[in-house]
Design a protein around this ligand. Structure first.
Ligand code: CMC
Length: 431
């Protein structure tokens, strides 16, 4: 961290404390409160971490007011239009755009780790058929530490690298298997002659009974969805991975924790919830009813796919996703898809409504992604597993960065205790 020159002054009961201020390469200054408790005997209070930086990082930067998202400095719209997922994965992991040779080696490495241990097939069979694929993924990814002992030593750099590649390579296989299992079809083995996105589509949609040709339009759209979800700085699931890892837990356990956190409807589960909401609305004339519900303080309903903790402007990923939805549905000849019509009209009405304008609620990445995934043939239950497989590279990049930090400490927040103070135990007959 660069040497700080600025300081902040805090006065408590007339006594002044000086706190260092760190200036980042982009974004607001950060007041360093690490020594505050030792010096002043007080904690800070920030539930939901709305004003707290939990770490320093060089991976991803978001300017929520501008609606800007950079991975290693590269804008997401440029990466989505000019790059592809495995190149973005390399860039996130190693910090720079790979040379042609480096990219070829990386792609070959990932491609050659796509199969999972054959015994894991039996592990799948322990789940109920109707299990949500996210439930299966949390279990199977956590169980990887039982199958890949030789890459669980976090103090061994080589093992960390092997675990990273294994997770990125095997996650599509695991997600596709979770899907196949849920619909009662045989597992489809990965094919090393296909690129990352095409291979995933093949494992999801091929059946042994007939030839399956991957549609290149869908493969490109799939790859773009992976790219748009690859990382998003210190969001809830990434922070979960970092917190789990801070105790020294193995990488598979940490990523399983991230998947569990991602599942919630306020986070990665929003893409499933959003498409279900759009279908429930059904027709454009019912939109005002749902807008009114979203604004009603006594109704817990929220417009799914709208709002973001950090973006107070358009989520740049939503812009690319909307273009992609138009392109994919157009190419598939289903541009009159009623769900897309409802989504576009809902977006138009919400963006003019004072409630959404004043609260700066804009469509987020989940608003249009479900429409594309639906057009591709995925059931809604697969939307969040697809998010999880794409986000794995972000989790891994952040995990590696954290472990390389010489200042790493176990994550251990404090609390504002409001419960009873010490009181004597009362025997049961006297209560
Ligand atoms: N519909 C209606 N009102 C909303 C919405 C929404 N989608 N989102 C926020 N608000 C209101 C909220 O009621 C609050 O109003 P007030 O100030 O009057 O109490 C205000 O806007 C601020 O909301 P908040 O809950 O304090 O904001 P937050 O930063 O804690 O929550 C959020 C961010 C993403 C959880 C929230 O906007 C939300 O629940 N959105 C719907 C779920 C969703 O689409 N999640 C995906 C996020 S992007 C992908 C990802 O990260 O996984």
């Amino acid at each position: 961290m660069a040497e700080n020159t600025k300081t902040a002054k805090l006065t408590i009961d007339g006594k002044e404390y000086e706190l260092p201020i760190h200036s980042p390469s982009a974004g607001p200054d950060v007041i360093d409160i690490r020594k505050l408790y030792a010096q002043a005997g007080v904690f800070t209070y920030d539930p939901g971490f709305t004003s707290t930086a939990s770490c320093d990082s060089t991976i991803t930067f978001i300017d929520g007011d501008k609606g800007e998202l950079l991975h290693r400095g590269y804008p997401i719209d440029q990466l989505a239009s000019k790059s592809h997922f495995l190149e973005v994965a390399f860039t996130l992991l190693y910090g720079y755009l790979p040379s042609a040779d480096e990219l070829e080696k990386f792609e070959s490495l990932v491609t050659n780790h796509t199969m999972i241990h054959e015994q894991m097939h039996y592990f799948f069979r322990g789940f109920r058929r109707d299990a949500h694929p996210m439930a299966t993924m949390v279990g199977v990814v956590g169980a990887m530490s039982a199958f890949y002992h030789d890459s669980t030593d976090i103090n061994d750099e080589h093992q960390r690298e092997v675990a990273s590649i294994r997770l990125i390579a095997k996650m599509p296989t695991i997600a596709a298997m979770a899907y196949k299992y849920s619909i009662g079809q045989p597992f489809v083995y990965p094919r090393n002659d296909l690129d990352y996105a095409s291979n995933f589509l093949h494992m999801c949609f091929a059946v042994p009974a007939e030839e399956y040709q991957v549609n290149p339009i869908l493969a490109r759209a799939m790859d773009r969805i992976f790219t748009l979800h690859a990382d998003h700085e210190q969001n809830a699931s990434t922070s979960t991975v970092r917190l789990a890892s801070s105790s020294g837990a193995n990488p598979f356990a940490c990523i399983a924790a991230g998947i569990a956190c991602l599942w919630g409807p306020a986070h990665g589960g929003a893409n499933q919830a959003c498409l279900e909401m759009l279908r429930e609305i059904g027709t454009v004339d019912r939109i005002p009813e749902y807008i009114a519900r979203a604004k009603d303080k006594n109704d817990p309903f929220r417009l799914m796919g709208f709002g973001h903790r950090v973006y107070k402007n358009f989520d740049p990923r939503a812009k690319v996703m909307k273009e992609s939805a138009d392109e994919v549905l157009g190419l598939l000849g289903i541009e009159n898809n009623p769900t897309l019509q409802v989504a576009k009209e809902l977006e138009r009405i919400a963006l003019e409504d004072p409630y959404f304008v004043e609260k700066k609620l804009y469509p987020n990445v989940d608003f249009y992604s479900g429409i594309i995934l639906d057009a591709m043939g995925f059931p809604t239950s697969m939307f969040t597993p697809i998010f999880a497989l794409a986000r794995t590279v972000g989790w891994i990049s952040q995990w590696k960065e954290q472990l390389a930090d010489p200042q790493l400490k176990i994550g251990r927040p404090r609390q504002l205790y409001l419960g009873d103070t010490a009181r004597d135990y009362v025997d049961i007959e006297n209560r």
